[in-house]
Design a protein around this ligand. Sequence first.
Ligand SMILES: [Zn+2]
Length: 451
Amino acid sequence: MFRRFSTFSFKLFSPLQLAFAMTLTAVTAFGQAGPSKPAQTKAQARPGVKRSNITRPSVILITIDTLRADHVGCYGAQTVKTPTLDALAHQGVVFERAISQVPLTWPSHAVILTGTYPFQNGVQDFTGQPLAQQFRSVAQAFRQAGYATGAVVSAFVLDRSWGLARGFDFYDDAFSAETFAKKDIGLVDRRAGESVAHAIAWLKKTPRRPFFFWLHLYDPHSPYDPPEPYRTEYHSHLYDGEIAYADHELGNLMSWLKQNHLYDSSLIVALSDHGESLGEHGEDEHGFFLYNATVHVPLIVKPPAGSGIDAGRRREPVETTAVAPTLLQLAGVKDSSDSIHSISAQFQSRSLLGTSQETSQTAKDPAYSETFYPFSSFGWSPLHALESERLNPEHCRRATSHRCRASGKDAGTPGPQSLHPSKFSCWEPESRRAGEITHSRLLWLSCRSLS
Ligand SMILES: [Zn+2]
């Protein structure tokens, strides 16, 4: 069985990063209920934002770590209760075939917040470099448009030193020294209850509207240790217990938004960064392979009231690179940076949905995934995959007869544009409906490591 090693060890961190972590432990007020880092006052001084006399909606991005789609009620799960996500789905658009571009936390969140592929932004593994400065975050675009911007993350793997805090007035990534002392640094996290409390505290302290807020919950990530009563109720499948717990705590945030008349008017997008293999294909967790278990993620978009977008379900494969363009388009925000540095110049996908005033655009096809974790940590081949509605079973059968041959030279890092059947190594019919293969995934090995 392939079990992921602990995601981090001290040797992977630069002295600067370690020093910063130690600084965080020193400045954290242990056990406090509210956020530990104040918002910047400069952003608070900006005026409210209106577009053509229409007040822009606030925007809430929710990422629930390690949540595979088929363990969510609105995606067909029967063994776990997810009423909060199900309610969001009932009022929004459910993307049934959302595909993560990389099944690793930090690289996947870099994709979500920048709208770029891992092979473009360079964040292909957690052992790599921080996000380069030239890549603009959707938070920067919102802040430049006058939004208050805040984030609460629940794991040290999203520490600000990696570069995703850019654009946020407030970025809550402080964990207690006690937590650092007890755990491997890669497992430092906090429960959803604490993170949601921090989120609500920031929202209360930030009356200026509109706002862009990102909440990251880490509970479904291993080790699976949900609190009671979820530990007892889900004792035979604790992973689901973590999901049910996270969903319950997320429900507290939704209730607060409703009580403060912010729910209906806000754009809310919920998704996961990747799934969890749970023993499928010989993998316990995530990162090694690109099968359905780890790259098929839930993605739900609840548009703001008055958007003209109907609730429903979409079946075509979509990428998480489309999340950032969707957030901006549905909020009516155009990045006002010069054209060279505008975030739209780096986007690799169009918005998943359009407002009634704007042209609705369909997602592109196919959906790409990659993982360099087996290469960078074990010297095995990197993996790449495509999922498409257009690949038929015969095409896939032909592809299985070809394998990437050792070329003895570096073939580079292929993107979707460089696909060639000779690189396909296997295929997986990922979804069957009434005996019909509706989507197929091709996986191929890069020639890079097969010399
Ligand atoms: Zn993750």
